[in-house]
Ligand binder design. Structure first.
Ligand code: BMP
Length: 258
């Protein structure tokens, strides 16, 4: 098991939580002191909810205004101080040499794992990302089926694999296992697909499931179908009391998991 997975599972145990916080807050760059305001907001939310989450996910909404070796460093240090792993949600999706450098920068900056898109394939696509992750001892999480309606057009299409007609996401779930990924993303809006992916990966990899709350996914359905973690953003950081919301969500997940 990778260091990233060990860290995620340890936090899940210590905080008794299967929630990964999506820190997607934003402040318009037209506002004065937007960097300071944004950093203050995200640090406050993270500090408030830290005992009720298993990890943190950052995406371009924070990376672009805060800067990888500037504000993001403060956030990574905060998370490290709380013992939380930090995932870079860059959905890496290019040819090998640029993927490799992006991954090196993210790992040098201190991210524990990054999310990549298996659509680019292995050879001179994700192969170099996996080898960089191995070199640094960090994690790679693969998108297998996204949570938005348009996901059906790609992840949900039928493809010919070998001689069989399969769903694209089934092939991706098998690749995640074969490539020794550290987790897969499957939208909580599609519990039947979580169930199928869970059959394919047979408990070998955690299923991280975004889309609960604002996108219509339900905790009961997603976790009964086999989700391991919920990736939750707006239902926590947009609520009046993020700490209480994170506690409520983790408690509901724990109740479903029994
Ligand atoms: P929210 O809980 O506010 O809907 O946020 C969901 C988070 O999960 C966002 O950070 C988004 O980038 C991410 N996400 C998603 O919603 N669907 C996917 O299929 C993959 C994601 O990474």
């Amino acid at each position: 098991m990778s260091i990233f997975r060990e860290k995620l599972e340890k936090c899940a145990r210590v905080n008794d939580s299967r929630v990964v916080l999506a820190l997607d807050l934003s402040v318009s760059t037209r506002k004065k002191d937007y960097r300071e305001k944004l950093l203050e907001m995200v640090r406050r939310v993270l500090g408030d909810v830290r005992e009720h989450i298993a990890g943190v996910k950052v995406n371009f909404q924070l990376l672009l205004p805060l800067g990888l070796f500037e504000g993001i460093q403060v956030l990574i240090e905060d998370a490290a101080g709380y013992g939380l792993p930090v995932i870079m949600d860059c959905k890496l999706n290019d040819v090998g040499h640029t993927n490799e450098w992006a991954a090196r920068h993210f790992f040098d900056a201190g991210f524990d794992a990054l999310i990549a898109n298996p659509f680019v394939g292995w050879k001179d696509g994700l192969e170099r990302v996996f080898s960089v992750a191995k070199e640094y001892g960090r994690g790679i999480i693969l998108l297998v089926y996204m949570s938005h309606p348009g996901a059906v057009e790609g992840y949900g299409q039928k493809v010919i694999s070998g001689r069989k007609v399969r769903f694209q996401y089934e092939v991706f779930a098998e690749r995640a296992k074969a490539w020794r990924a550290d987790g897969v993303v499957v939208g909580a809006t599609r519990p039947e697909i979580i169930r199928r992916v869970s059959e394919i990966i047979g408990g070998e990899l955690p299923i991280l499931s975004p889309g609960i709350g604002f996108q219509g996914g339900l905790i009961g359905e997603a976790f009964t179908a086999g989700a391991s973690y919920a990736i939750v953003g707006r239902s926590i950081y947009r609520s009046e009391n993020p700490k209480e919301s994170a506690l409520r969500i983790k408690t509901e997940i724990n109740r479903v998991l029994g």
